[in-house]
Design a protein around this ligand. Structure first.
Ligand SMILES: C[S@@+](CC[C@H](N)C(=O)[O-])C[C@H]1O[C@@H](n2cnc3c(N)ncnc32)[C@H](O)[C@@H]1O
Length: 267
């Protein structure tokens, strides 16, 4: 059983209160207070244990889904060597399988990805299987861009992938100056039909991924798939609402994918 920091605080307060009440109850011969406090303490502990159990069950379900997804990824994409570890900063296996399903179904000609990593390899394997298409992946971090480039080479996928180091800087979008990837949009010479937004990370600024739609909107082909990862986080909940409100042509018709990835289509 693992308790969070907040839960540990609650437990400590319960134990401390029980100690204090017991001390004064014994001193004043009012033992009923010990019974009342103990009962409240037991209720709090039961509540925490139930919460813990629910979280554990959700995690087990998630691991089960990830297991099935790993089998799907490897059997369908058949990578020559193992993929780097999924999960953590990288997409979970389950989300990677969803990405694969969409890329195999849509057969995109140009994928633009913000935030490179295992997802770049998964998408590139899909393009290889589709027999066409390319992916341009931007990373604000030179080191991670290099790691992805090396992995792309190891997996013999260079003909499908271009990884570009695009540091975050002040960029003019519309009439506003915002912090965004320094991308030369004029170098994107065809329309994007698959946009996967998995960067920049939150630590670069608040609402870090919000500028994506404004920045790429004119380059998005009608029917393009737009994905936003981590869609259940506070910032991303706001971002997807603003995207739908402001872009005027984003349709959410692929469901929510358990709230963790926002999947939409441009009209
Ligand atoms: C959410 S990650 C992108 C993950 C990628 N799309 C994937 O599925 O593997 C966003 C950015 O975090 C950075 N990053 C990747 N792995 C990291 C790690 N282990 N620790 C810190 N930053 C990391 C990279 O610069 C990346 O562009």
């Amino acid at each position: 059983m693992r308790f969070s920091r907040d839960e540990k605080w609650v437990l400590s307060i319960v134990i401390l209160s029980l100690g204090i009440v017991t001390y004064f109850a014994v001193k004043n011969d009012s033992y009923h207070w010990i019974a009342i406090t103990s009962l409240l303490g037991v209720l709090v502990v039961i509540t925490l244990v139930i919460g813990n159990f629910r979280r554990l069950r959700a995690r087990v379900d998630e691991l089960g889904r990830d297991g099935q997804s790993v089998v799907a990824l490897y059997s369908i994409l058949n990578p020559g060597i193992p993929l780097p570890e999924l999960g953590g900063y990288a997409l979970s296996a389950n989300k990677a399988a969803k990405l694969m399903e969409l890329a195999l179904d849509k057969k995109p000609k140009l994928i633009v990805e913000l935030g490179s990593g295992v997802s770049t390899l998964v998408l590139a394997y899909c393009l290889k299987k589709n027999g066409a298409g390319r992916i341009v992946s931007y990373d604000h971090d030179e080191n991670f861009a290099r790691i992805t480039r090396e992995n792309v080479e190891k997996h013999n996928l260079s003909e499908y992938v271009e990884v570009i180091h695009a540091p975050i800087g002040e960029v003019e979008i519309g009439n506003n100056k915002v912090k965004w990837y320094q991308i030369d949009i004029n170098k994107i010479d065809e329309n994007i039909d698959f946009l996967f937004v998995d960067g920049p990370p939150r630590k670069t600024q608040e609402m870090a991924r919000y500028p994506a739609m404004k920045f790429f909107d004119n380059k998005l082909e009608s029917g393009a798939i737009v994905l936003l990862d981590d869609a259940n986080r506070r910032d991303e909940i706001k971002i997807k609402e603003l995207w739908i409100e402001e872009s005027g042509g984003l349709i959410r018709d692929y469901g929510n994918f358990r709230e963790e990835m926002f999947i939409a289509r441009k009209k």
